[in-house]
Design a binder for this molecule. Structure first.
Ligand code: ADP
Ligand code: SF4
Length: 705
C-alpha cells in the first residue's frame, strides 16, 4: 500500500503535535477524541477496548469513553450507555484504559447523570430533575416518558456523592481525565436553564445559583481525584449563548466566567444531537465556532471543541486564531483512527475523511455498536480482528474479477489489493462510484463523494489492481477472463412497487409517467406537478424532492410514515429535512399510501382509516423498494459447467447486489468479502462477554442510609 514513510510533515502542522497540560496530566498532542457514543456497553468490554485502542494507536493523544452513568437513577436503556457502578464496571473500563495507555495516550471518562432526559426503564427509579420538568426532544425513543421527580436537598447530595464515587472508581480503573457533564439536556445542564430549573432555593433563580450544582459537581470531583486526574467540564453553550447576560454579552459568557478556575479543561459543545453532531447534508466543517469561540478569552484552562474537523489546515487555524487548544474529534476519529499519524507523516491524501452521513450516530439510536460508512472496520477490531490500516496478506493470492465499482466494489478491490491479490475492477459506467456518481450531485450530498475519492486515490497507487470503465461485463467476458474468483458488486435498481395497508411493498404502478430514482439519475425528469411517493424513508425521497423543487418542479411529498424521510431521525437529519422541504414550498402528506394514478390524478389512501382523497399531478416518482441487479449472477449460475471449466472457484455477490441498503452496509459487505475470500462468507465472529470477576455487588439503598 502507498505508505510513504519518507515523507516529512509540513512544519506548519507542528503545532498540532505539541503537548498540552490538563491539570496534573499532560496530553501528548492536540488530537483529542472527545467522549462519543460507541454503542458498546460494559457488556462488550473487549470490543470497546479494541475500538478505543485503535485510535490511540493512530495517534489520538486523549481517548474518552462515551456517557458513563454514575448511578442506576441515570439509566438510558434501551440506548447502549456505559456504567461506572460497581467493581465489574471498573474491571471492564480498565481494559480500555490499559489499551489506551499502551500507546502513550491519556484516557478520559465522561461521568454522566441523565436527570430528566433518561427514562430509567430498566432501573425503574423515578428520573431526577431540578423542578419536575420532563425533556421532550424530537428524538428517538422518548415516549412513555415519566414525569421526573423534583430533587430535594438529599437527592442533590446523592448525585454529588455518586459523582465523587464515580470519580474514585474511574481513577481505580486507570482514567487520567474525569468529566463533569453539563450538556445535551442532561442533569447538570437542566440546572443551568431556567426552563428546567424553577427552584427558589440556592440552586435556582439567578445565574450564580443555577451554576451552583455544576460547580459543586466540579468541587467533589476535584476533592475525590483532582491530584491524580484532570477534571474536565463538558458543557453545552448554544442556548446560553443566545441569552443576554447581565454584564457579559451572554449567559454562556457568564457561566464560563463563573467556572473559569473550577475545571482543568473545558469541553465545549452544542445543545442537542442534531446541532452538535450535525450531518454534512446541512452543515459544514467547524460549525460550532460561532457558539464556542469566546471561551478561551474567559479562561486560562485548555479548551477542546469539535466540528467534524478533517483538514489539518482548519485544525491549525482553530489553534492559531485562539478558538481551541485541543482539536476534538468524534466522527473524524471513527472514520479514520489514524488521522493524527497520517498528518504527522505527511500522508494527508490517505486520510479517510468522515463524510458526515451520521450512520455512526444511528447505531447509537439503534442500540448497537458503532458502524461507519467510511471505516468498515469500526467496531470490528476485536470481534472480527480487523484493523483500519492493516490487513493480512492472502495465503493464496489469486486473480479476482470484481464487476461493479460502486462503494461495495471499490472497498472490496482496495482490501483485496492490500491483501496482495491480482484484482481487475470493471464498471460499465463512465466513472467509478456507482450510486454515488448521481447521489453526490443531489442537494447537500457532495461530501459523500469522499467514499469513492478516498478509495480511488489508494487504488490508483496499487500496481496489482487494474481498473476498467465503460466495460459492460457479461457471462462470456467472465468466462474468457477465467479469474479464480468473481465478485459481483452490480448494485440494485429502484422498482415501481407500491405499498399496502399491511405495510409491505405490493404490485408495480404501471403508467408511462411513473418514475423511479434511476430515471432521475439517467436524466429523465418528470413533468410537473409531481407527486413523490416515499416509503424508502431514508434520505433519497426527501433529497430528490428537494432536487426536483430546486428545478422549479411543483412537488408534493407523500409517505405512509409519520414524518418525511422518517428514518433520518436516526441520523439527526429529520428536523432539517422538514425545514428544507418547507423552504422549497413542498406540501408534505404523511400516513398516506399512493393507491392509484391515471396520469392526471393520484389517489391517496390513509394508512389506518382507509379514507381516500385525490390530488392533481402529471407525474409520479416512486421512492420505494430496491431490488438487487441479479441478472449476471443468474446467468453465471445457469452456465455453471462453463464456469467450472474456466477454473472459477467462487462467485460472490456483495453490497446492494446482495441485499440493498445504506452505503455503509455496501462498504462493509465489500470489506467482508475481501477479508473472507476463499473461506465462508459471513463467517462467525468472536462474541464478547461481560466481565464478572467479582461477585455482583448488592448494597440495598435502604441499608446505605
Ligand atoms: P453498491 O452500493 O453495492 O456498491 P452501486 O449501485 O453503487 O452498488 O454500484 C454498482 C455498480 O455496478 C454501478 O456502477 C454499475 O454501473 C455497475 N454494474 C452493474 N452491472 C454491471 C455489469 N454487468 N458490468 C459492469 N458494471 C456493472
Ligand atoms: Fe463520519 Fe459517516 Fe463514519 Fe459517522 S458514519 S464517522 S458521519 S463517515
Amino acid at each position: 500500500m502507498g505508505t510513504r514513510f519518507g515523507m516529512k510533515r509540513d512544519p506548519r502542522y507542528d503545532v498540532l503535535f505539541e503537548p498540552v497540560k490538563i491539570g496534573p496530566v499532560t496530553a501528548p498532542n492536540r488530537f483529542y477524541q472527545v467522549p462519543h457514543a460507541s454503542g458498546m456497553t460494559n457488556a462488550l468490554p473487549r470490543v470497546r477496548a479494541a475500538f478505543r485502542e485503535t485510535k490511540a494507536e493512530g495517534g489520538w493523544g486523549v481517548i474518552c469513553t462515551g456517557a458513563c452513568s454514575t448511578d442506576p437513577s441515570s439509566d438510558d436503556s434501551p440506548l447502549p450507555f456505559a456504567t461506572m457502578w460497581d467493581t465489574n464496571d471498573i474491571r471492564a473500563h480498565a481494559m480500555m484504559t490499559e489499551a489506551v495507555h499502551r500507546h502513550g495516550s491519556l484516557a478520559g471518562v465522561e461521568l454522566w447523570h441523565g436527570g430528566a432526559s433518561v427514562m430509567n426503564r430498566t432501573s425503574r427509579i423515578p428520573p431526577l430533575s431540578p423542578s419536575g420538568i420532563p425533556w421532550m426532544a424530537t428524538h428517538v425513543g422518548f415516549m412513555g416518558n415519566a414525569r421526573p421527580k423534583t430533587m430535594d436537598k438529599s437527592d442533590i447530595r446523592d448525585v454529588l456523592r455518586w459523582q465523587a464515587e464515580g470519580a474514585r472508581k474511574s481513577r481505580t480503573a486507570g482514567f487520567d481525565i474525569v468529566y463533569v457533564y453539563a450538556g445535551m439536556g442532561y442533569l447538570g445542564y437542566e440546572f443551568l436553564l431556567p426552563e428546567y430549573n424553577h427552584r427558589t432555593d440556592e440552586y435556582g433563580g439567578s445565574l450564580e445559583n443555577r451554576v451552583r450544582f455544576v460547580r459543586e459537581l466540579l468541587d467533589v470531583t476535584r476533592d475525590a481525584v483532582g491530584k491524580d486526574c484532570g477534571v474536565a467540564l463538558r458543557i453545552s453553550l448554544e442556548e446560553l449563548r443566545g441569552r443576554p447576560g447581565r454584564h457579559q454579552p451572554s449567559e454562556a459568557h457568564e457561566v464560563i466566567e463563573l467556572l473559569a478556575d473550577y475545571a482543568d479543561l473545558f469541553d465545549v459543545k452544542m445543545d442537542s444531537s442534531p446541532t452538535d453532531c450535525s450531518a454534512s447534508r446541512f452543515t459544514g466543517e467547524g460549525s460550532h465556532e460561532p457558539v464556542i469561540d469566546f471561551v478561551k478569552s474567559l479562561t486560562k484552562k485548555p479548551v477542546v471543541g469539535v466540528g467534524r474537523f478533517t483538514s489539518p489546515d482548519t485544525m491549525v487555524s482553530q489553534i492559531r486564531r485562539g478558538v481551541l487548544d485541543l482539536i476534538g474529534g468524534a466522527r473524524p476519529s471513527i472514520a479514520d483512527p489514524f488521522l493524527p499519524v497520517k498528518i504527522k507523516e505527511g500522508r494527508h491524501d490517505e486520510i479517510r475523511e468522515c463524510i458526515g452521513c451520521n450512520i455512526c450516530i444511528s447505531s447509537w439510536h439503534d442500540g448497537v455498536p458503532v458502524r461507519c460508512t467510511q471505516n468498515p472496520t469500526a467496531g470490528e477490531e476485536w470481534r472480527r480482528g480487523w484493523h483500519p490500516e492493516r490487513v493480512d496478506a492472502a495465503k493464496k493470492p489469486g486473480k479476482v474479477l470484481i464487476v461493479g465499482g460502486g462503494p461495495a466494489g471499490l472497498e472490496c478491490a482496495l482490501t483485496l489489493g492490500r491483501r496482495g491479490h491480482e484484482v481487475t475492477l470493471a464498471d460499465k459506467g463512465t466513472s467509478f462510484g456507482g450510486r454515488l456518481t448521481f447521489e453526490t450531485r443531489l442537494p447537500g450530498l457532495s461530501t459523500w463523494n469522499r467514499v469513492a475519492e478516498y478509495r480511488l486515490g489508494r487504488l490508483n497507487e496499487m500496481t496489482n489492481v487494474s481498473m476498467y470503465l465503460e466495460s459492460d461485463i457479461g457471462v462470456d467476458e467472465i468466462i474468457d477472463l477465467a479469474p479464480d474468483h468473481v465478485v459481483l458488486a452490480t448494485g440494485a435498481r429502484w422498482t415501481r412497487m407500491l405499498y399496502s395497508s399491511m405495510e409491505i411493498p405490493v404490485g408495480e404502478l404501471d403508467h408511462p409517467r411513473v418514475y423511479t430514482p434511476d430515471d432521475i439519475a439517467a436524466g429523465r425528469l418528470p413533468e410537473g406537478p409531481t407527486l413523490v411517493f416515499d416509503f424508502d424513508n431514508y434520505y433519497m425521497g426527501g433529497v430528490l424532492t428537494e432536487y426536483l423543487a430546486q428545478q422549479g418542479n411543483e412537488v408534493t411529498y407523500v409517505t405512509p410514515a409519520g414524518q418525511a424521510s422518517a428514518w433520518t431521525i436516526m441520523t439527526n437529519e429529520l428536523p432539517l429535512v422538514h425545514r428544507a422541504l418547507a423552504r422549497r414550498n413542498v406540501r408534505v402528506t404523511t400516513l398516506h399510501m399512493l393507491t392509484a394514478f391515471d396520469g392526471a390524478m393520484a389517489t391517496l389512501t390513509h394508512l389506518f382509516t382507509g379514507e381516500t382523497f385525490r390530488i392533481k399531478c402529471r407525474s409520479v416518482l416512486v421512492v420505494g423498494l430496491r431490488m438487487p441487479r441479479n441478472e449476471l449472477f443468474e446467468a453465471l449460475t445457469a452456465r455453471s459447467e462453463d464456469v467450472s471449466a474456466a477454473g472459477i472457484k467462487s462467485i460472490r455477490r456483495i453490497g446492494d447486489g446482495l441485499a440493498p441498503g445504506a452505503i455503509a452496509h455496501a462498504v462493509h459487505s465489500g470489506h467482508t468479502c475481501a477479508q473472507e475470500l476463499g473461506g465462508r462468507q459471513y463467517a462467525p465472529y468472536r462474541r464478547d462477554t461481560p466481565i464478572v470477576d467479582a461477585e455482583p455487588e448488592f448494597k440495598s439503598r435502604a441499608a446505605a442510609e
